[in-house]
Write a protein that binds this ligand. Structure first.
Ligand code: HEC
Length: 103
């Protein structure tokens, strides 16, 4: 009986953990963006403060985006000391969702 309970509980726990992680996962890029990037780039990527590039029009590939977040460029500060590589990946994925298809 005890054994059956455990066999039911373990998958349930795993499921809860997995879904909990995945919801947190999807929101993280946006939260990080709002905390670190929106003051220059704007919530939708178009603010252009201090000459910040319009992220809706950016065509940079993933590796170049991640590199620029890590090292910064001119007025854009480097984030490698403030963000983990995972967070930088989250941001890279998130800012691509701001892009609008070219008309
Ligand atoms: C202090 C203002 C500022 C902040 C904060 C900032 N940026 Fe920038 N960002 C800039 C400026 C200025 C440029 C243009 C740099 C250049 O090429 O001269 C830029 C350019 C970029 C580009 C290159 C776009 C392209 O197509 O060339 C990306 C990607 C980018 N920023 C992402 C981010 C992300 C992600 C964050 C948050 C982690 C962030 N930025 C925070 C000012 C900022």
């Amino acid at each position: 009986m005890k054994r059956t309970m455990r066999m039911l509980l373990i998958p349930l726990l795993l499921f809860l953990v997995a879904t909990g992680f995945s919801t947190r996962h999807t929101g993280e890029g946006q939260t990080l963006y709002e905390q670190h990037c929106a003051r220059c780039h704007g919530a939708d990527g178009t603010r252009g403060m201090f000459g910040a590039k319009n992220l809706q029009k950016s065509l940079l590939p993933d590796t170049a985006i991640a590199l620029q977040i890590r090292n910064g460029k001119r007025i854009m500060p480097p984030f490698k000391k403030r963000l983990t590589p995972d967070q930088i990946n989250e941001l890279t994925t998130y800012i691509k969702t701001l892009r609008k298809p070219a008309i």
